[in-house]
Design a protein around this ligand. Structure first.
Ligand SMILES: NC(=O)C1=CN([C@@H]2O[C@H](COP(=O)(O)OP(=O)(O)OC[C@H]3O[C@@H](n4cnc5c(N)ncnc54)[C@H](OP(=O)(O)O)[C@@H]3O)[C@@H](O)[C@H]2O)C=CC1
Ligand SMILES: CC(C)CCC[C@@H](C)[C@H]1CC=C2C3=C(CC[C@@]21C)[C@@]1(C)CC[C@H](O)C(C)(C)[C@@H]1CC3
Length: 421
């Protein structure tokens, strides 16, 4: 293979605070993960405490955790490679080609669940993962760094048309962080698509199940709060894998390169911070009245319904605008030939799917009560992520659709929350 001397793209706008952000985030976020996990295990559970509850170095490394990590990634890779489900094509690439992706994430989730159930019945102490969570997170962070380094180095052998438009600035720190290559593959194994949905997302619900088991070990039964958190998040992950094909049109797959940000986000950030609520409940049990539980279930239901219906409406519209379920919706033309929906969910606010996602995030935290900030970390982080993501998407859409996008913004003035934002 020939080493390619790519000319850095001229005037690429740097995101996430540019080179400074790219230098700080890979240090700051892994430390944040370890800090949050440590706080979660303290009886006080206060997010801001002095001195901070720093774990002793002996709690950070465990060869068993390393073995579990290797086993887990190998298992998910094997399931990804199994010829189950259908094969779908991604969007058209810059060279006019389309990549093929195996759509078998839901099968992988079901097979993992069966394997896990068998192992638990045979006596495997799943709750032990609670005790191993810090060394497991250290291993996941280590894997993200190694993967990002591998991705950065191999990108110099990729042809220019396979690089992400925003990931080839010539600044090594920034390009390592944001990702140079768009769809890095080993043979037909797509590394970005695999990482986005498999080891981290499925790992998240397995960790949640482990927290439930730990609670049963400690207190003899699982609490309503723990059941709600597990149920809601399992629904979210199952939905993502059931609708796996839709991920092929998201910003991450279509636009972003694969570098440290996504590798770390997928493999370490998602499994170890999205499930903080369940981890919190192991040490800080909460009693939930049936009425509050009902209210929280309703909130999650409303959020999920908005999230799913709006995402499905747009996916259907992009795949087949003439489909009978959406043919009645009002649209506007753009100079690219693609149209924009201006009625239905996408006429309500410009990002109805983000609104639904934020409502669900709130429903995942409420079972943990209101005495601590820690279980609300996800809601706060996620709102910031989505506001930032909305701004990035808006910039891209304005560049793509020009005047038509301005017309859409006038027709649908609110971004995420009607009459507020
Ligand atoms: N749990 C988590 O951590 C995260 C969850 N998410 C979720 O992932 C899902 C996908 O989000 P994301 O990838 O950010 O982007 P979206 O699914 O919101 O897609 C944005 C794209 O949709 C198209 N679009 C925008 N407006 C219209 C319109 N009116 N009519 C037709 N098409 C339109 C444009 O692309 P084009 O015109 O080119 O088709 C635009 O670039 C969301 O539900 C989000 O909440 C996202 C990030 C993190
Ligand atoms: C650590 C960084 C600062 C931020 C990293 C962001 C990533 C964690 C997220 C970027 C987009 C994501 C998506 C999902 C998970 C989180 C990341 C990877 C998603 C797979 C969750 C499930 C949803 O149904 C989805 C729509 C499939 C999501 C797609 C985007």
């Amino acid at each position: 293979m020939k080493l390619n001397k790519h000319k850095p793209a001229q005037h690429t706008e740097m995101e996430f605070g540019g080179a400074l952000g790219a230098a700080c985030i890979p240090v700051f976020l892994p430390l944040t993960v370890l800090y949050l996990l440590s706080v979660c295990r303290t009886p006080g559970g206060a997010l801001l405490q002095w001195p901070p509850p720093l774990p002793h170095s002996t709690f950070l490394w465990d060869p068993v955790a390393a073995a579990i990590m290797v086993g887990w990634i190998s298992l998910q890779s094997a399931l990804y490679l199994l010829p189950m489900g259908k094969v779908s094509e991604g969007l058209v690439l810059r060279d006019g080609s389309k990549l093929k992706y195996p759509i078998n994430g839901f099968h992988a989730l079901c097979m993992t669940a069966v394997l896990l159930a068998v192992c638990v019945c045979l006596g495997m102490p799943l709750g032990y993962l609670f005790d191993l969570v810090l060394p497991l997170a250290v291993c996941a962070i280590g894997v993200s760094y190694l993967l990002a380094l591998y991705l950065y180095i191999r990108s110099f052998w990729a042809p220019a048309h396979q690089l992400a438009l925003g990931g080839n600035t010539g600044n090594p720190l920034y390009d390592f962080f944001i990702g140079r290559e768009l769809n890095p593959r080993i043979g037909s194994f797509d590394l970005k698509f695999f990482c986005e949905l498999r080891p981290g997302l499925i790992g998240w619900v397995v960790l949640n199940a482990a927290m439930l088991m730990k609670e049963v070990e400690l207190r003899g039964s699982s609490s309503l709060a723990m059941l709600l958190v597990n149920g809601f998040q399992l629904l979210y992950v199952t939905d993502a894998l059931w609708n796996e094909e839709a991920v092929l049109t998201t910003m991450d797959i279509v636009h972003d390169g694969f570098g440290f940000m996504l590798a770390f986000g997928d493999l370490a950030w998602v499994p170890f911070t999205y499930g903080l609520q369940a981890m919190f409940l192991v040490i800080h049990p909460q009693t939930l009245s049936p009425l509050s539980a009902l209210g929280i279930i309703l909130l999650n239901g409303v959020g999920y319904s908005i999230f799913r219906k709006s995402n499905s409406q747009k996916n259907q519209f992009r795949r087949d605008p003439a489909h009978k379920s959406i043919a009645h919706l009002e649209t506007i033309a753009t100079a690219t030939g693609k149209r924009l929906l201006v009625s239905g969910w996408w006429g309500f606010v410009r990002h109805p799917n983000y609104l639904g996602d934020i409502l669900m995030a709130l429903a995942w935290s409420l079972p943990c009560g209101v005495s601590h900030l820690l279980p609300y970390f996800y809601v706060v982080y996620f709102s910031i992520l989505l506001v930032h993501r909305e701004a990035r998407d808006e910039r891209q859409c304005r560049a793509k659709y020009g005047l038509a996008w301005d017309t859409y913004c006038r027709r649908v003035p609110y971004r995420i929350i009607p009459y507020i934002y």
